[in-house]
Design a protein around this ligand. Structure first.
Ligand code: NAD
Ligand code: ZN
Length: 365
């Protein structure tokens, strides 16, 4: 299956399916990337031993000179130190402005490798090869970057990939926790855009959790379709693109206050969406059914909807005021009027936010 992301200046395709790595040389040729151009695969220490050779040998065989650069897996390595080290390896391998970077991994690899591509010699092209379910989201849209100790993704830029190639064959080696985590962004795409997608997820939860190939491909395709539609309308987030941050205000705060070690991104966003549904009722008067249906869907996917109160409300509020959508220290949240429909609301009063934090701060279940 393929999709196209159309932007003002450019467009690129997303390919989703089985056995796609073998087709990489062909896809590169089609995208105008000749064999005279050097390639660097950037990946992490979990993905490298499983898939780096598979990708490299397909490219070597077709005559591409391909290097591999590995950094330690995990959100806590999405930082400037790793960026500097990876750029050093690119220089040593002799990458120049005509070269390409291939980001082989989950969202962490995509964000870091994409930011290497955005900054290396003021920017070289790159390709996304997502290997987690969650990365169906992160690989599309061109947001790349690293974390700062004070908050998520504070250092970054927009740099669109040349293409996205999602070979679904790699998903079976994902740890259970990462499979579950990935469904958080799939659920998000449904909740913000498409009630029929919500219904389909409710009906297919079991098949999806057991990674039934046809269903998983369909879920990735539908999720990417929402993401592509939103990004095509607003590449640099001057308006509608903000809705993709549904659940992320609380989610990012949770990740930051817990040092990026405690919750996966998907878990934090799931808790954040439960919070956003509750805040929607308080601020917009949305129906209580929005809360129950949201929480039931997340729980059916075995995602958390409550956070551990070890993380202090005061720190959470501070972190949310530093959110990139906030202005002049007021709270801004993406909220839902009804299922499938969300918008960015500014100027939310602290009493509502802290009330919601109390409601969802009841342990990890
Ligand atoms: P991740 O990249 O850390 O991957 C999760 C774990 O699974 C890692 O340990 C990884 O090494 C391992 N792994 C990856 N693929 C595997 C495979 N096929 N088999 C076995 N193990 C595998 O995390 P993630 O959940 O994919 O991504 C989360 C990150 O994505 C966060 O940093 C988040 O901010 C970012 N993100 C970015 C965007 C964006 O638009 N740029 C959107 C959503 C999320
Ligand atoms: Zn996210």
């Amino acid at each position: 299956r393929s999709l196209t992301v159309s932007l003002d200046q450019s467009c690129y395709s997303i390919h989703i399916g089985s056995g796609l790595y073998r087709l990489l040389p062909e896809l590169l040729q089609k995208a105008g990337v000749g064999r005279d151009r050097k390639l660097m695969i950037i990946t992490d220490s979990e993905v490298a031993p499983r898939y780096a050779d598979r990708v490299k040998s397909c490219l070597d065989f077709a005559g591409y000179e391909t290097g591999v650069s590995v950094f330690p897996a995990g959100e806590s390595n999405k930082n400037l130190q790793q960026l500097e080290r990876l750029i050093g390896e690119c220089l040593q391998f002799g990458l120049d402005r005509s070269s390409l970077i291939l980001a082989l991994g989950g969202g962490v690899v995509g964000d870091v490798a994409g930011f290497v591509a955005a900054t290396y010699m003021r920017g070289i092209p790159f390709i996304q090869l997502p290997t987690t379910l969650l990365a169906h989201d992160s690989s599309v849209g061109g947001k790349v970057g690293v974390n700062h100790p004070l908050g998520k993704n504070y250092i970054g830029s927009f740099h669109q990939p040349v293409m996205v190639v999602f070979d679904v064959d790699v998903l079976h080696t994902l740890p259970k926790r990462e499979i579950v985590s990935g469904f958080a962004e799939v659920v998000k795409h449904a909740l913000i855009w498409d009630v029929s997608f919500v219904k389909w997820l409710e009906e297919n939860t079991e098949a999806l959790l057991s990674l039934e190939p046809a269903k998983v491909e369909e879920a990735i395709y539908r999720g990417c379709r929402v993401k592509a539609a939103v990004v095509s309308q607003d590449e640099k987030e001057s308006g509608i693109r903000a809705i993709l941050n549904y659940g992320h205000t609380i989610g990012h705060a949770l990740e930051a206050v817990s040092g990026y070690q405690y919750y996966t991104h998907g878990e934090a966003v799931a808790i954040g969406m439960a919070g956003a549904a509750r805040l929607s009722q308080k601020v917009l008067g949305s129906s209580p059914e929005l809360i129950t249906r949201t929480e039931e869907l997340l729980q059916a996917f075995q995602l958390p909807v409550r956070y551990d109160q070890a993380w202090l409300e005061r720190d959470m509020l501070q972190a949310m005021k530093r959110d990139k959508k906030a202005r002049r220290g007021e709270y801004a949240f993406v909220l839902s009027r009804s299922m499938g429909q969300v918008e960015l609301i500014r100027g939310i009063e602290e009493v509502h936010v802290s009330q919601v934090l109390k409601e969802i701060g009841g342990g990890t279940g």
